[in-house]
Ligand binder design. Structure first.
Ligand SMILES: NC(=O)c1ccc[n+]([C@@H]2O[C@H](COP(=O)([O-])OP(=O)(O)OC[C@H]3O[C@@H](n4cnc5c(N)ncnc54)[C@H](OP(=O)(O)O)[C@@H]3O)[C@@H](O)[C@H]2O)c1
Length: 266
């Protein structure tokens, strides 16, 4: 139990489906035969994804929503349940980040980041989990980050939101054992998507040079992790070593993070 053998015939809801990783996952789930609800704020981008799915013979529904707004998130959850009857797969992927020091970061944006990256996922999970438990079947995917496992400087509000998401997913994964609902936390390293605006790329030139340029391999790895019934995917795998090193040699890890971050700015 817990292994997603095939997405064919399932109903999925993907947040942040208008670009990047969410778009890639929505297309892949639809390609595998799932009916997909596409959630984000930009309607033309969502419609383009829906059209691509329809051209491939799949079925998608565009549900515009700002996930940080509790009423909107609850509203689209109710709507998708009315229209699809049930949701088997919920991908909590919507999110954004910034690269700035704590002192220069406006408090309003720090609050908003938590509302989008953490509360958005919480609202949809709260709204859609009961029918999964009732039916004894479901998959919850949380798109966290390596930054949800290992803190780095100049990303404090983002790191905090992703640590919260990792904690939520991991705790739920224990709670739902035996309920037929499986939880997968996904912690990717850096991938070139709209997530990084020009300012962020300018601030981290070395990171920008090393970034993966295609979310495709991450999408493959997520689907594989779901098929295997994994609870966590750190991608690429070597970046997961950081948390192991921090646990056994915290002093070395601090030195290494400082050194890596300094080098990333060069
Ligand atoms: N790229 C990376 O290196 C990386 C690494 C680790 C983790 N991640 C995580 O992966 C997730 C996807 O990121 P990405 O790289 O695919 O970036 P992206 O291309 O910028 O996609 C972000 C998605 O989130 C949506 N979104 C943002 N704010 C929203 C809101 N308030 N309500 C609803 N949707 C919202 C955006 O759609 P609209 O603008 O249309 O609303 C967009 O579809 C994020 O949670 C990010 O933290 C990314």
């Amino acid at each position: 139990m817990g292994k997603l053998v095939s997405a064919a015939g399932m109903n999925a809801l993907v947040t942040g489906a208008s670009s990047g990783i969410g778009r890639g996952l929505a297309l892949r789930l639809a390609h595998e035969g799932a009916r997909v609800a596409l959630v984000a704020r930009r309607v033309p981008e969502l419609e383009a994804v829906a059209e691509e799915i329809a051209r491939g013979g799949g079925e998608a529904r565009v549900l515009p929503c700002d996930v940080s707004d509790r009423a909107q998130a609850t509203g689209i959850a109710e709507q998708v349940l009315r229209e699809f009857g049930a949701v088997d797969i919920l991908v909590n992927n919507a999110g954004y980040g910034h690269h700035r020091t704590f002192l220069e970061w406006p408090l309003e944006d720090m609050e908003r980041m938590m509302r989008v990256n953490y509360f958005g996922a919480l609202y949809l999970t709260k709204a859609l989990l009961p029918q999964m438990v009732e039916r004894g079947r479901g998959w919850l995917v949380f798109l966290a980050s390596v930054a949800g496992k290992l803190a780095v400087p100049d990303e404090s509000a983002y790191v905090a939101s992703k640590f919260a998401l990792v904690g939520l997913g991991e705790s739920l994964s224990f709670e739902l054992e035996g309920a037929g609902v499986h939880v997968l936390n996904v912690c990717p390293g850096t991938i070139r998507t709209d997530f990084f605006d020009a300012e962020a790329l300018r601030r981290m030139p070395a990171v920008a040079r090393r970034m993966m340029t295609d979310p495709g391999p991450l999408i493959d790895a997520i689907m594989k992790a779901l098929r295997r019934g994994q609870h966590e995917l750190v991608f690429p795998r070597f970046v997961g070593l950081g948390s192991v090193v921090r646990a056994i040699a915290p002093g070395f890890m601090r030195w290494s993070v400082r050194r890596t971050v300094l080098a990333a700015h060069r």
